[in-house]
Design a protein around this ligand. Structure first.
Ligand SMILES: [Fe+2]
Length: 365
């Protein structure tokens, strides 16, 4: 059973939940750790001797980096992980925990699911951006031989998540926008996904409501009220996809991110807006039609065209480029490369069947 602390001043719960009698691996971001207040907070705990910092890994984690981080974990005789940072920092904690169980298996087996994790390293996850909801999910992604792999295990969900909007104060507007759109996309994809349940849709509904009302204000003004609501919404979007997983926009985002280098949330949002019309056209099942109508209501729009317009207008207002031509997304060679990197598992979770040509037209129409 995971413990969760969300809200103003919850950062002080970090120390209460650390087992400071044994060495702890502190995973953190490189620069923002010093800017967002996390460094000063950790200093105030006065537990330096048992805290071993590690930050030498990229935003898109590579399997070889996981191996190095795990070696550091072993060298310092750590027992638990405190991960303070964005989605990749928390994903690294899960990757180390996963790797700790399979360190002596060949690389190709790293991504195979097993029934039990013998080595249950406790993770305390403290997100410092409002977006991925990684503190609530039992999966993460790692690059191996330039391909992005998602791995999952029920025991990978962090034991403790602490979500304090305090860390958002110094997040640059552009990052706020990309992570905010990641949370928005996750909540929407979860809502319409094949894997959704009544519980996941309850989380999605709450997240969509909060994001729809607060994302623009949070991106432009970063008021404390909208930042708090975005941090709650991001956590809810994580809880939603932890049950349902994501769908086609996330599936396409991996290639867009790798080939064009756009941040994750931007890469996801770019295609999500196009799926309102595609889904509407292709949905046949009654239950999916009902979900679609309810989703439009949640977004405060009358139909799929309004939803698409609202989506891209909001992206622009938040400072994200939506012009497919200038971004290179009308280039046929690039489109083919993106399609080659589609994640089949996420695509199969989309509410309607999508062929290669549907995806090609998405970029070209
Ligand atoms: Fe995401």
């Amino acid at each position: 059973m995971s413990k969760r602390f969300i809200g103003v001043e919850t950062r002080y719960k970090i120390k209460d939940n650390l087992n400071i009698s044994k060495p702890i691996l502190l995973l953190r971001s490189k620069k923002s750790f010093y800017l967002n207040g996390a460094y000063n907070l950790i200093q105030s705990f006065e537990i330096k001797n048992n805290l071993h910092e590690y930050f030498n890994f990229s935003n898109d984690i590579i399997l070889s980096e996981v191996k190095k981080a795990y070696s550091f974990f072993i060298k310092k005789k750590c027992f638990s992980i405190l991960a303070i940072g964005g989605g990749s920092v928390i994903d690294m904690a899960k990757a180390i925990k996963f790797y700790a169980n399979y360190f002596n298996t060949p690389n190709k087996n790293f991504f195979i699911k097993e029934n039990k994790l013998a080595n249950k390293i406790p993770i305390i996850a403290v997100p410092t951006t409002a977006g991925t909801g990684s503190e609530e999910t039992h999966f993460a992604t790692v690059y191996y031989k330039k391909k992005k792999y998602s791995f999952s295990h029920k025991d990978l969900r962090p034991e403790v998540s602490i979500v304090d909007p305090y860390f958002l104060k110094t997040v640059p507007k552009k990052i706020f926008a990309t992570t905010g759109f990641d949370a928005f996309s996750q909540a929407i994809e979860s809502y319409w996904s094949r894997g959704s349940t009544s519980r996941s849709r309850m989380y999605s509904r709450k997240a969509i409501n909060l994001i729809e009302k607060n994302l623009l204000d949070a991106c432009l003004k970063k008021s404390s009220s909208s930042s708090l609501k975005m941090s709650i919404a991001s956590n809810l979007s994580g809880r939603a996809i932890n049950i349902s997983k994501t769908t086609a926009p996330h599936s396409l985002s991996y290639g867009i991110n790798q080939i064009l280098g756009f941040p994750h949330g931007h890469a996801v949002a770019l295609t999500l807006g196009k799926f309102f019309k595609i889904n509407k056209k292709k949905i046949t099942q009654r239950s999916d039609k009902i979900k679609f109508v309810n989703l439009l209501k949640l977004l405060n729009v009358k139909n799929e065209s309004e939803a698409e317009n609202k989506w891209y207008r909001l992206m622009k207002l938040c400072g994200l480029n939506t012009n497919f031509v200038s971004l290179g997304l009308r280039n046929k060679a690039i489109i083919e490369k993106i399609l080659k990197k589609v994640n089949a598992e996420r695509l199969n979770n989309h509410p309607v069947k999508l062929e290669g040509n549907d995806l090609r037209h998405l970029f070209l129409d």
